[in-house]
Design a protein around this ligand. Structure first.
Ligand code: TMP
Ligand code: ASP
Length: 317
C-alpha cells in the first residue's frame, strides 16, 4: 500500500492518504513533545517502538473483540489503518491517581482508585485540551448519546484487557488516553496509538516510570524506556495454545482399540499386542492463562469423563 498524500502532520505522527479511500497510513515520528508542544526533542527509536507496541496491542484488542482502526503494520514505523473521522475528544481512563489528577485534587500519585475514572478532554492545543463532561459533549454535538456510550464502554473494556496484558509485561497500567473515530457507516472504532506516549506504565509494585513521563519530567533514560517497553511487549504472547490428551483409564475396555488391533493383526502386523485409543484436543486461547486450574476445570467439567478417562495437558510453545 503506497502513501499518496500527506493529510496531516501531528506532533508525533504523520497521516497519509492511500489509493484506497477507506485506508490511511500512519507514520510514527521520533519527535516527542510535552505541554502542548512547548517542550520538544528527538528520541531515537521512539517512532519504531511506538509503532511496534501499538500494532501488537491493536492485534491483541482485535482478538479480544475491540473494534479498532488497525489493519496491518507496513514497516517498522508505518501502520495501515482504516480511515476514520476522529471525534475531537480525548478519553482518559485512570486506574491510579497520577499526573493532572494528582495535581488537580491534591492527591498523592500512586493511590489506587476504587474503580476506573473516565475523563474527557476537548482536543485543542491552543486551549490546552480542557476537561469537559458528557453534557458538554452532547450539548456541543461532539458525539451522539449512543456514540458516547459506545466510546465509554469500549474504553473501559480496553482498559481491562490492557491491565492484564501489561501485567504480563510486569508493568502497572496507571492511566491512558484513547481516541475514537467513526467510519462512513457511522461505526465507532478505537483509533490513534497505544504506547508509552499515551499510557503511564510503572514497573509492577514500584513507582518507576517506563513511559513518556521520563521525558516530561526530565527523569533521564528516555530512549531506554521506549526500548524496554517495546522489548517486553514484543516478547509477551497475545494468544496461546493448550494441547490436551484424553485417554481411557488403564483397565477400561477400549472397544475401538480392539477393532483397530484386530484389523492391524489381520493385515499381518502381528507384532502389535494392544491398541489404546484417545483423543487429542488443541485449544487456542486469547491469552496465556496464568492459572492452569482453568484448563484443569475444562478437562474435569467437560472434556474428560472422570470415571473412565485420564487427561494430560501442556502449553504448546
Ligand atoms: P494527565 O495525567 O497529564 O492528564 O495524563 C493522563 C494520561 O493521558 C497519561 O497516560 C498521558 C496521556 N496523555 C496523552 O496521551 N496526551 C496528552 O496530551 C496528555 C496531557 C496526556
Ligand atoms: N502530547 C502532548 C503535547 O505535546 C503532551 C503530553 O503527552 O504530555 O503536547
Amino acid at each position: 500500500m503506497e502513501k499518496v498524500k500527506l493529510l496531516y502532520e501531528g506532533k508525533a505522527k504523520r497521516v497519509y492518504s492511500t489509493d484506497s479511500e477507506d485506508q490511511f497510513v500512519i507514520e510514527f515520528k521520533d519527535t516527542a513533545t510535552a505541554f502542548d508542544g512547548q517542550k520538544k526533542a528527538e528520541i531515537p527509536g521512539k517512532g519504531e517502538a511506538n509503532c511496534l507496541i501499538s500494532s501488537k496491542i491493536f492485534e491483541l484488542l482485535t482478538i479480544r473483540g475491540i473494534k479498532n482502526h488497525y489493519i496491518r503494520r507496513l514497516s517498522e514505523r508505518e501502520m495501515l489503518v482504516r480511515s476514520l473521522k476522529i471525534f475531537p475528544i480525548e478519553v482518559i481512563i485512570r486506574n491510579r491517581v497520577a499526573g493532572s489528577m494528582a495535581k488537580r485534587l491534591g492527591l498523592e500519585e500512586g493511590k489506587m482508585l476504587e474503580r476506573p475514572v473516565v475523563e474527557f478532554c476537548y482536543k485543542s492545543d491552543e486551549l490546552h485540551d480542557p476537561m469537559i463532561n458528557e453534557d458538554h459533549i452532547l450539548a456541543l454535538g461532539l458525539a451522539t448519546e449512543s456514540e458516547l456510550s459506545t466510546i465509554k464502554e469500549m474504553a473501559l473494556k480496553t482498559n481491562e484487557i490492557l491491565i492484564e496484558f501489561f501485567r504480563q509485561c510486569n508493568l502497572d497500567l496507571i492511566d491512558m488516553k484513547f481516541e475514537f473515530g467513526k467510519d462512513s457507516q457511522g461505526e465507532v472504532y478505537l483509533a490513534d496509538e497505544i504506547s508509552p506516549d499515551t499510557c503511564r506504565l510503572w514497573e509492577l509494585g514500584t513507582t518507576t516510570s517506563w513511559d513518556k513521563d521520563r521525558f516530561r519530567r526530565d527523569l533521564g533514560g528516555v530512549e531506554e524506556a521506549y526500548k524496554e517497553v517495546k522489548e517486553r511487549v514484543m516478547s509477551t504472547p497475545i494468544e496461546s495454545k493448550a494441547r490436551i490428551l484424553i485417554r481411557l483409564k488403564p483397565g477400561i475396555l477400549d472397544a475401538q482399540g480392539s477393532v483397530i488391533l484386530n484389523a492391524l493383526r489381520s493385515l499381518g502386523f502381528t507384532e502389535v499386542l494392544e491398541v489404546r485409543t484417545g483423543k487429542l484436543l488443541e485449544l487456542k486461547l486469547d491469552r496465556k492463562i496464568d492459572e492452569p486450574e482453568r484448563i484443569e476445570r475444562m478437562c474435569k467439567e467437560l472434556l474428560a469423563n472422570p470415571v473412565m478417562e485420564n487427561y494430560q495437558w501442556e502449553w504448546e510453545e
